[in-house]
Design a protein around this ligand. Structure first.
Ligand code: ASP
Length: 314
């Protein structure tokens, strides 16, 4: 069995063959998204609950579209419009939702480890849609699908990740995934935004984007996560942009076939200039398109497993 798990909590736990399997499955689901009637009955009768304790535009919409295209029923709970604001604890919320017999929970939480805690307490499948500064596995999978599609492989690629590495769950999930798939990862950002000893995870660290741009096959730009910075770790956004911002001038030394990625939301003119974000090398919207297919693959794999576990008596 190429993928035989109850939950998807992170990329760190996955084997390379499991990542490959998810990407292959996502590739086959892409075709459904180009039909005029974009719906198949695969997950009819399955219930998917989105539990978002942090804001989200792309991830939540993308999971919701993915589930609906597979004919699952979806319900969305956001922190501001639920009993979470009335003081109910995370575990009480979970117990009550669990009593309604969902098949899959998709959870985003500001606390690293919240999805893992949830997974131990529910027989439903749990998908981590981003937990604190820890992991964002579906993002890394859609990023790897996009790279593989445009470069034909992951093995041997050099991926430069620029920006706020310290606060980025996207950087961590990509680093784990890309290393497993045989790519090289170079991290670049202000010293205050590079976690100490990150090299132990297999990445190379460089001080200035210019040092790594000429060799990069892929440049992934990250958002400055102002909401996660407890103390001011940067002198100013203007200065950050001058030194680390990815703009046309900085890309003059890049390979002709370099591709630019960003998980969104982008801060135009801060970490990426509009002409690069909207330019010919940008894959930012391809990433969003691929996100739906990757999430269809994940829901397919995990909701089917829920059935195998006998969670739903016929
Ligand atoms: N959307 C991504 C996340 O939720 C990246 C970001 O917010 O900067 O982690």
């Amino acid at each position: 069995m190429p993928f035989n798990r109850k939950d998807l909590l992170g990329i760190r736990d996955l084997e390379a063959h499991e990542i490959e399997h998810i990407l292959d499955l996502a590739k086959s689901f892409k075709e459904i998204n180009t039909r005029s009637i974009k719906k198949v009955p695969t997950l009819r009768g399955k219930t998917v609950v989105h539990l978002f304790y942090e804001p989200s535009t792309r991830t939540r919409t993308s999971f919701d579209i993915a589930a609906k295209r597979l004919s699952a029923d979806t319900y969305s709970i956001t922190a501001s419009a639920s009993s979470l604001v009335k003081g109910e604890t995370f575990l009480d919320t979970l117990k009550n939702l669990e009593a309604m017999k969902p098949d899959v929970f998709i959870i985003r939480h500001s606390a690293s480890g919240a999805p893992a805690r949830m997974a131990q307490r529910t027989s439903a499948a749990v998908i981590n849609a981003g937990d604190g500064m820890h992991e964002h596995p579906s993002q890394a999978l859609l990023d790897m699908l996009t790279m593989r599609e445009h470069k034909g492989r992951l093995e041997g690629l050099t991926v430069l990740i620029v920006g706020d590495i310290a606060h980025s769950r996207v950087a961590r999930s990509n680093l784990w995934g890309l290393k497993k798939m045989g790519a090289s990862v170079v991290l670049c950002g202000p010293t205050t935004l590079i976690p100490p000893q990150i090299e132990r995870m297999g990445a190379r660290v460089c001080r200035r984007p210019e040092e790594a741009i000429p060799d990069a096959d892929v440049i992934m730009v990250l958002r400055l996560q102002k909401e996660r910075q407890q103390q001011m770790l940067l002198p100013s956004l203007r200065e950050y942009s001058m030194v680390f911002g990815i703009n046309a001038r900085r890309l003059e030394k890049a390979r002709e076939d370099v591709v630019i990625m960003h998980p969104g939301p982008i801060n135009r003119g801060v970490e990426i200039s509009p002409e690069v974000a909207d330019g010919p090398h940008s894959l930012i919207l391809d990433q969003v398109t691929n996100g739906v297919a990757v999430r269809m693959a994940l829901l397919y794999l995990l909701a089917q497993r829920a059935e195998d576990r006998g969670q739903r008596p016929e």
